[in-house]
Design a protein around this ligand. Structure first.
Ligand code: SAM
Length: 396
């Protein structure tokens, strides 16, 4: 009777999983495991469903137990290794890949993850060059160029707070490509936390290089929704504006959400690559390449609504930006911004972005009254979700 119930529930879980109903699948696999705690196929199914819903940390334990079953297929070990990698356990991932490779060679795609895991794991005790050589040995014929590996790995290691390892790779990159403005700033950030604003040349180069992938990366991969949420917040106070500014408009993700307010929408950004994407999307009356504060200062009283999504993360000190925004709005004009939520004051993070404490934002926003403040999940980062904050401010 019990055996039949387990089998039925397992079938429900497998069907839900096959149909992409992952939450149902997770619940059903868990129900199987309540009845039969060692059910290794349910453990594997649960681990896979958790991976697909990006709950990598939760996936490690069931996958490890599924892989520990007698005669477990190599794929179970490979999935466990992927989960270990995605939670920043690089040494664990490298060991899991190495152990399963003896049983059945790790396929080419997964081999690159293994090679990276092994390289990251040795970076604490070895030089960047030794780590990259190890990467090349494990990756074999499919190995990516060392510059590509080093560049991508730098960001991954920063996201996982492996800052010594990131510094070592950053120094290697600087020696190999001293003209790379983006990497030079990102490395500088790791040693000079007092820099109070992202340099314009860095922002421009970073986003020119990112423009093509930005929407996919932010929206599909990182679950970024700040533009829509800011527009909602504004709409809960007022529905009509004649002159709207999307400050740091990027690829124009906010454009469709700001359309509802009716007025003329102007987008400003430092990056021509991002502006070209915003032009493709359409909906803007004009798109201007300029620095945010400089643009605001040269447009006194020119807007009724200024929206700035995920741009204050490139400013440490907020005073100059708020003063310039106050000057660009008439009394009663609205400013809607998002921040990455920090502790006290402003903090330059290893990611080269800034986080701001709530008290600091309030103290910096002279000339404004805060109408609304809302905490939101801003974007996924590594295995975590970064908390953001929306502010709706009225010019007084
Ligand atoms: C993370 S993106 C956000 C883009 C857009 N607001 C969105 O929500 O999709 C940040 C944008 O701000 C722009 N940016 C950063 N600092 C700037 C500055 N000082 N002046 C003008 N644009 C800036 C960048 O070029 C980039 O396009």
């Amino acid at each position: 009777m019990e055996a039949q119930a387990i089998e039925d529930m397992f079938s429900v879980a497998v069907a839900a999983s096959a149909e992409g109903r992952l939450e149902d699948a997770i619940a059903a696999f868990q129900a199987v495991l309540v009845m039969s705690p060692g059910h290794d196929e349910a453990l594997f199914g649960l681990g896979l469903a958790l991976m697909q819903t990006r709950r990598f940390s939760e996936a490690v334990e069931p996958l490890a137990r599924a892989a520990a079953a007698p005669d477990a297929e190599p794929i179970r070990h490979q999935c466990l290794a992927q989960a270990q990698f995605l939670t920043g356990d690089f040494a664990g991932a490298a060991a899991t890949f190495a152990a399963v490779d003896v049983v059945e060679p790790v396929p080419e795609g997964a081999r690159l993850t293994w090679a990276r895991a092994a390289a990251y794991a040795v970076l604490d005790g070895s030089s960047a060059q030794e780590a990259l050589d190890l990467y090349a040995r494990i990756a074999g014929p499919g190995a990516e160029a060392p510059e590509t590996v080093a560049r991508e790995s730098f960001g991954i290691l920063v996201a996982f707070q492996r800052l010594d390892a990131a510094r070592a790779l950053g120094a290697w990159l600087e020696a190999h490509d001293p003209a790379d403005t983006v990497r030079a700033h990102e490395l500088r950030v790791l040693v000079e936390p007092g820099i109070d604003k992202a340099p314009a040349a860095y922002v421009e180069a970073l986003f020119d290089g990112f423009a093509e992938r930005f929407d996919h990366q932010l929206v599909d991969m990182l679950g970024y929704e700040a533009p829509a949420l800011l527009a909602e917040l504004v709409a809960s106070h007022r529905q009509q504006f004649d002159r709207i500014l999307d400050l740091g408009c990027g690829t124009g993700l906010a454009g469709p959400h700001l359309k509802r307010f009716g007025g003329r929408l102007i987008g400003v950004d430092l990056s021509s690559g991002m502006l070209a994407k915003a032009a493709e999307r359409g909906g803007y009356y004009a798109l201007v390449q300029d620095e945010a504060v400089a643009f605001l200062e040269s447009h006194p009283g020119a807007f009724d609504l200024i929206v700035s999504a995920d741009v204050l993360i490139y400013f440490g000190e907020l005073g100059p930006l708020f003063s310039a925004a106050a000057a660009a709005l008439p009394t009663g004009g609205l400013l809607a911004v998002s921040t990455e939520l920090g502790q006290d004051g402003w903090t330059l993070l290893p990611s080269a972005r800034y986080a701001h404490g709530d008290a600091y934002v309030r103290a910096s926003a002279s000339g404004f009254r805060i109408l609304e403040r809302q905490e939101i999940p801003l974007r996924r980062e590594g295995a975590d979700v970064t908390v953001g904050c929306l502010y709706l401010l009225e010019r007084i």
